[in-house]
Design a protein around this ligand. Structure first.
Ligand SMILES: [Zn+2]
Length: 285
């Protein structure tokens, strides 16, 4: 369960540099080697024209804004942006996907996305969806809180992990952004029985709708790998029963004509990745 801490106790984390702390030499070398490998691979990546790609991010800190803007501009060189409702409608209606489209989403409802990503998206008139964890909204995990590591996998951080407030979530919804559910507590649904897994989904939907005055019809299971982190068949039945229109995964790849709106593939990105990494992971050529 999320423990709420008044944010006045510690300053919010505004930059990636603070957030990740010092980077070791070996980590830097691994990153350089990876970049070189991707430079070579990006030349040979598969063309995925006529598809919808769902790039997704977790955080956009202030020192990632430049990289994020650059990536959005790069995507615009290859296709058009589309909102989640429209993307899902295309899949639902089995409409032919003629062209390359990008649908931007964010997981976990971290405050940096409201501060640093939303203004850029608004300025560029790009639609996006934010999957929030209802019990973590209005929370800030203090530096060193084990939940940051055990639940969110952020290793060795010395800074706070700040989530959006309900006020921010409501403002995003009112600005036309989509708010989706990422469960109530960000628990691996595969570890839960049918009733507990269902409650994680229904409680978050109810809380999001109450706080935004808008319907919440898009679901994103934590950790994202079907068969490992959640039961695709069971969770699909639950979300359909509850009136959701889509379920997105953490499996990479393009969604082509006829793709299932209840197992949408997405591509995880980091805003500081360069052009070669972006092109490789989004299959741009
Ligand atoms: Zn998550």
């Amino acid at each position: 369960m999320a423990m709420s801490t008044p944010s006045s106790i510690h300053p919010p984390t505004r930059t990636l540099t603070e957030f990740i702390g010092p980077v070791s030499r070996s980590a830097r070398m691994r990153s350089i080697a990876r970049d070189i490998a991707l430079r070579l691979l990006s030349v040979r990546s598969q063309s995925d024209q006529n598809s919808i790609r769902f790039p997704f991010y977790h955080h956009i800190f202030e020192d990632e804004q430049k990289g994020f803007t650059r990536q959005l501009k790069e995507m615009l060189n290859f296709g058009d942006f589309i909102g989640l409702d429209n993307a899902v409608a295309i899949l639902e209606e089995d409409l032919p996907i003629d062209g390359r489209y990008f649908c931007i989403t964010f997981d976990d409802g971290l405050a940096s996305c409201a501060w640093s990503a939303a203004p850029i998206l608004s300025e560029m008139q790009i639609p996006a969806a934010f999957y929030v964890i209802s019990n973590f909204v209005d929370c800030s995990l203090p530096p060193g809180d084990p939940i940051a590591r055990t639940v969110f996998g952020f290793k060795g951080r010395k800074t706070a992990l700040d989530f959006m407030s309900w006020k921010q979530v409501r403002e995003l919804a009112e600005s036309g952004f989509t708010i989706g559910s990422h469960t109530a507590d960000h628990i691996c649904l595969a570890d839960l029985d049918d009733e507990a897994a269902g409650n994680q989904i229904s409680k978050s939907k109810t809380d999001i709708e109450k706080n935004t005055d808008q319907q919440c019809i898009h679901f994103c299971p934590p950790y994202g790998i079907p068969g490992k982190h959640f039961d695709l068949k069971r969770e699909t039945a639950t979300v359909k029963d509850l009136g959701f229109a889509s379920l997105v995964c953490g499996v990479r790849g393009p969604n082509k004509t006829g793709a299932n709106p209840f197992s949408i593939k997405r591509d995880h990105l980091l805003a500081n990745w360069g052009q070669h990494q972006l092109r490789y992971f989004l299959g741009l050529d």
